[in-house]
Each structure stands twice: as C-alpha cells, then as structure tokens.
Design a protein around this ligand. Structure first.
Ligand SMILES: O=C(O)CCc1cccc(O)c1O
Ligand SMILES: [Fe+2]
Length: 314
C-alpha cells in the first residue's frame, strides 16, 4: 500500500498582501508543482491535518485533536463556505481504529473549519468538495499543547489505518507553519473582548470578522515594512525541521519541546504539528521519498513558507 503527501504553509494573507513579483511567482510555482503531483497521483481520498484559528474550535471546549465526520467551511478571508465532501463511514472507522490504538481523539459530526484547512483544498483541487476528504483538526494555536510524540503517534495510527484501504489512493495533507508569530490573541495576555472571542466566537458578524482580519492584514504589511513587533521568522529552524521530515527518521521530533518551539519559531509555529502528523501517517505505509520541496521566509504572508511533496518509496 502506498500513500502520498503534500505539506504546505497556509496564509490568510495570500491575495491580500502580495510579496515582490518574483517571490509571488516562486510561490505560485510551488503551488503548481504540488498541484501537478496531486493530479498525477489522482487521489480518491484525502486526509487533511489542519489547525484552526478560533473559527471552529474555542476555549469552551478545546481538544488537541479532532476527526471530522462532517465538516463545513466558515468562509474566513474569502475562502469557500459550506459543506465538504466527508466520507462519514470511513471517518467513523478511522476514529475507532485510533481509539483502539490507545490514543484519545475527539470527533465532530459538524466540524467548522477555516482557511487553515480550506486553503490547501482550494489550491490543490480548486474546491472543497471535489475529492472525499476527512478533516483532522490538530491544535496549533491554543495552549496547552501535547508533547510532540503524541502528534507523531496519532499520525502513525491514522497512517496505519489508511494503509489498509487498498482500494483507495490516499493523499495526506499537512497545512500550516512553519515559523511564524501572527497576531492571534493568547489567553494569558488577551483583553476582555479578545477573551470572549477565544472562549466562544462562533459565527461573528461580518463587521467583527472584517475588523479581525484587517488587523492581521495590517500586521503583515507592518512586518514586511519592518515596523511590526511580532517575533521574526526563523528560517534555520524551518530548514532544520524540513530536513528531519525529509530524512525519513522522525524520532528527533519527539525531543521538540512546546515552550521552546514557540520561543524559537513563534507561537503559531505549533502549526508544524500538522506536518509532523502528515509525515508520520506517510511513514506508516513504509519508507518514503520527498519529491519536491520549497522554502522561503515571506514576511508579507507572516510565514516561513514551505511546500513539500512525498510518496511511499517503490
Ligand atoms: O488568526 C488568523 O486569522 C490567521 C493568522 C495567520 C497569519 C499568517 C499565517 C498563518 O498561518 C496564520 O495562522
Ligand atoms: Fe495558520
């Protein structure tokens, strides 16, 4: 059984804050390369590991991981709104398989998902319901964070299930990262209105959504101009992580420490958990080989921006 993988940074600022034309062309080329890889592989099932940015998951009930049995895009930053095409029966079997492997995972029969999960689907498939997709939420912004070994084990358990689906061509996606520290409020330092949003900010008014998004867009502009106060990107950290993921030996991931990750690469660097889960899933089907890799720190997007493709080695 073979699996394929695409991991990619996302940024809500794509299309809002464009970098210099040659950088934009590079990113477009990276997306085109990932798209070509996916279209050649022609997946029949996608498992998408993605974080959320307080659009679908809130502090009224914040799981570290959640498998979606049904899902809806919320439509933030102009991304698609409405239902995904989730194969519910397969998602249920996946959650049972994971539970039997001694891992604790939440499930949702109505998962609401934001640009973190939607953007790769739109970039790779041109829509959110073209290929059956099981969304797996991996918390990448809300403390507390599990140890990284749990992320690896979850990915491996999911991959071992996917490897049993011999009639499917499964693509795993990891969305987010790499190093970045966007202005997502932290509970400890949030104002009262921010805390209300973090606690239960579902279905904001259009005006509230616009105000929040405008703040992120403006921070991206300031960051590119050198006047933002957010933590800088960490290209060495990003490249080192990509090298570990490409090596096929994920064991060094277990030693990554959540506090240190945020300190070195920014609070939202925890989104790399989606990459780790995706690579761990791929590894469960046997040795793999990375085909394509792109990286550049892009301040306009507030992201150490990476794209990788990989596939079970033959
Ligand atoms: O809070 C938000 O609305 C999005 C923040 C954000 C900005 C740039 C890259 C990201 O990955 C990200 O999560
Ligand atoms: Fe993000």
């Amino acid at each position: 059984m073979s699996l394929a993988l695409v991991t990619m940074s996302h940024s809500p600022l794509l299309g809002y804050n464009d970098p210099a034309p040659e950088v934009k062309a590079e990113v477009d080329n990276a997306f085109a390369s990932a798209r070509a890889f996916v279209s050649e592989y022609d997946p029949t099932l996608v498992v998408s590991f993605a974080p959320d940015h307080y659009n679908g998951f809130f502090y009224d009930l914040m799981p570290p991981f959640c498998i979606g049995y049904e899902a809806l895009g919320v439509g933030d930053y102009g991304t698609a709104e409405g239902p995904l095409n989730v194969p519910t029966g397969t998602a249920e079997k996946l959650a049972e398989w994971v539970a039997e492997r001694d891992l604790d995972v939440a499930i949702s029969r109505k998962m609401e998902i934001d640009h973190g999960a939607i953007q790769p689907l739109e970039i790779l498939f041109g829509g959110i319901d073209t290929v059956p997709t099981i969304p797996v939420f991996v918390n990448g912004v809300a403390k507390p964070f599990t140890r990284m070994v749990r992320v690896r084990r979850l990915g491996e358990a999911i991959g071992s299930f996917l490897a049993t689906l011999t009639d499917e061509r499964v693509l795993v996606i990891g969305s987010g990262g790499l190093s970045h520290d966007p202005p997502v409020p932290q509970w400890a330092t949030a104002t009262e209105p921010q805390r209300a949003l973090l606690l239960n900010g579902r279905h904001p008014t259009a005006a509230a959504r616009d105000a929040r998004q405008e703040r992120v867009i403006q921070t991206g502009r300031d960051f590119a101009a050198g006047t933002a106060t957010i933590q800088d990107l960490a290209p060495e950290w990003d490249r080192a992580l990509m090298a570990v993921l490409a090596s096929g030996d994920l064991s060094p991931i277990d030693a990554m420490n959540p506090t240190q990750m945020a300190h070195e690469a920014g609070n939202s660097a925890h989104e790399v958990r989606t990459w780790v889960a995706a690579f761990a899933a791929l590894s469960a089907a046997g040795p793999y080989r990375v085909g394509y890799a792109y990286y550049r720190p892009i301040r306009e997007y507030i992201a150490g921006f990476g794209v990788m493709t990989a596939q079970t080695a033959r």
